[in-house]
Design a protein around this ligand. Structure first.
Ligand code: NAD
Length: 293
């Protein structure tokens, strides 16, 4: 078994981006500028946004955090999105999800200018990705592809099973893994909460991508000997032994599954760290106008 070490790979990618930013700025380019909108006081969202901002500082980006209270209206949020769309100094921005229930995430996502949509959630970016056109690929799928590339994992002709069909992970992942390029060319099965015989389907997977949000759901009996196992899950579970009062758990029972797998991502220290790299890469592309000229 080999560990797909998100900490090491993401540190490598960040140092590469930092160098690219230095080169870009030294030849007259403007520092890439990422803005983030955070609505309400969700603990996990606070942590994610703080780490995105910290990463921007590490690699030489400019960052801006716009905070809104949980009672903010959809109209107020759309006005903030509009102002970031029009701000020529901001190259890309994200609206941290989830949003409070009274705000439509789809309406807000669709209001973001696709050329600044570095999360890759706008239907135009999703559609372009499906057609194989240049697009911002959403950050978590991007991070997973990058892990496969850097570990030199062969994908052509393999059976890839994805658990979960979310807009931000499962669905784009399934599309990317069947593309006629590397990483891709897999025979993909996408599964979800209504799937029958999930375990038997997973047993056919050479590459298993797990994103359902149920801690330690996947056990060794789901795994084909030698499979590549990518665990996207991040769930906080109460743990009195931790200072924070909670532990982070993946969707895969690591201790059980690792001995049967050829490659596996840990949680924490796996896909989560790679996700930020996807966002930073997209922001650099936005600053250089690589996708939208
Ligand atoms: P989601 O919560 O939107 O949806 C879960 C999906 O899992 C649904 O498609 C559902 O049909 C499926 N599902 C639920 N129960 C199932 C079951 N018993 N069998 C098969 N399928 C089932 O999904 P999400 O937003 O992709 O999040 C999934 C997990 O990934 C969560 O733990 C989330 O925190 C984590 N996540 C991590 C990152 C990261 O950066 N590592 C990014 C996004 C999400």
């Amino acid at each position: 078994m080999q560990l797909l070490d998100g900490k090491a790979i993401s540190a490598q990618i960040k140092s590469e981006i930092k160098l690219e930013v230095e080169n870009w700025v030294s030849t007259g380019g403007k520092k890439p500028h990422l803005a983030a909108i955070l609505v309400g006081q969700d603990g996990a969202s606070e942590t994610y946004v703080a780490s995105k901002i910290r990463s921007c500082e590490e690699i030489g980006f400019t960052s801006t955090l716009l905070r809104f209270g949980a009672e903010t209206t959809e109209a107020e949020l759309l006005a903030a999105v509009d102002s970031l769309n029009k701000n020529p100094d901001v190259d890309g921005f994200i609206v941290q999800l989830p949003l409070p229930k009274h705000i439509s995430e789809n309406t807000v996502m669709e209001a973001v200018d696709p050329s600044k949509d570095v999360d890759g959630f706008h239907p135009i970016n999703v559609g372009r990705m499906c057609k194989g056109l240049p697009a911002y690929i959403s950050a978590t799928p991007f991070g997973i592809l990058e892990m496969l590339i850097r570990a030199g994992i062969e994908t052509a002709g393999k059976n890839c099973v994805v658990i979960g069909r979310s807009q931000i992970v499962g669905l784009p992942m399934s599309i990317l893994m069947q593309r006629n390029e590397y990483p891709g060319n897999c025979t993909v099965t996408i599964t979800h909460s209504k799937t029958k015989n999930l375990k038997e389907i997973c047993q056919t997977a050479d590459i298993l991508i797990v994103a359902l949000g149920r801690p330690e759901f996947v056990t060794a009996d789901y795994i084909k000997e030698g499979a590549v196992v990518i665990d996207v899950g991040i769930t906080r579970v109460e743990d009195a032994t931790k200072k924070s009062g909670f532990a982070i758990k993946g969707d895969v029972n690591f201790a059980d599954v690792a001995p049967k797998s050829s490659f596996i991502t840990p949680v924490p220290g796996g896909v989560g760290l790679m996700t930020i790299c996807g966002l930073l890469t997209n922001t650099l592309k936005a600053a250089r106008k690589e996708i939208y000229k």
